[in-house]
Design a protein around this ligand. Structure first.
Ligand SMILES: [Mg+2]
Length: 201
């Protein structure tokens, strides 16, 4: 059976924080400062420094998914590593994005040379990872620690690699306690993924 690599999109395949910040500034006159690992609370109106009303955040994020995704560039080395891995395993994207914006995400990835199936999800990813992986050797990669906990409890046999592509965010996100390893750079991640698949086969 071909192994399965399950990848998060934002801050794993594509950069998110930097293009989101650019879009907030240009489209809404908002400033995002990453003083802590949170989006809500770190966004202010540039005009008067007022913090963004947290109730306005969900619509803002939807707006980015609707019109801002083309600003998202791949993480350094991501396209090369994923293209190489896809020769030896199936690769799927599991991303927490409303279904309405899934096709845009797939199109943006294709534009970067990554023609991959994209699954839209909401909440913890463990159950979907379990269903996608079935009994095959599998690895899950995500930047958010709670998703590693969710996968650990629902699909414990799946290798869990913690990766944070954004250099600024890296400092703010400690290693996920429920991941097997942490690699923020794709060349090291590729080696770890191949190694896990070999041992799990
Ligand atoms: Mg992410």
């Amino acid at each position: 059976m071909r192994p399965l690599l399950i990848l998060d999109c934002d801050e794993v395949i594509l950069r998110f924080a930097a293009p989101f910040r650019q879009w907030l500034d240009e489209v809404h006159g908002l400033a995002l400062r990453l003083d802590s690992f949170a989006l809500v609370g770190n966004i202010r109106h540039k005009a008067d420094g007022r913090p963004l009303d947290p109730a306005a955040f969900p619509a803002l994020l939807d707006g980015f998914f609707a019109t801002g995704q083309p600003l998202q560039a791949p993480a350094e080395g991501a396209v090369e590593a994923i293209t190489a891995l896809a020769r030896d395993m199936d690769v799927a994207v599991l991303t927490n994005i409303p279904e309405a914006y899934r096709a845009i995400r797939a199109e943006v990835l294709r534009g970067h040379g990554l023609d991959l199936p994209v699954h839209a999800n909401d909440g913890g990813k463990g159950r979907v990872v379990k269903a996608l992986a079935g009994g095959r050797p599998a690895v899950f990669v995500d930047d958010l620690p709670p998703h590693h906990s969710s996968v650990a409890s629902h699909a414990g046999h799946v290798g869990r690699l913690h990766m944070v592509a954004d250099p600024e965010l890296r400092r703010l996100i400690p290693a996920a306690p429920d991941a097997h390893a942490r690699h923020d750079a794709w060349p090291e991640a590729e080696i770890w993924i191949r190694d896990w698949m070999e041992k799990a086969a």
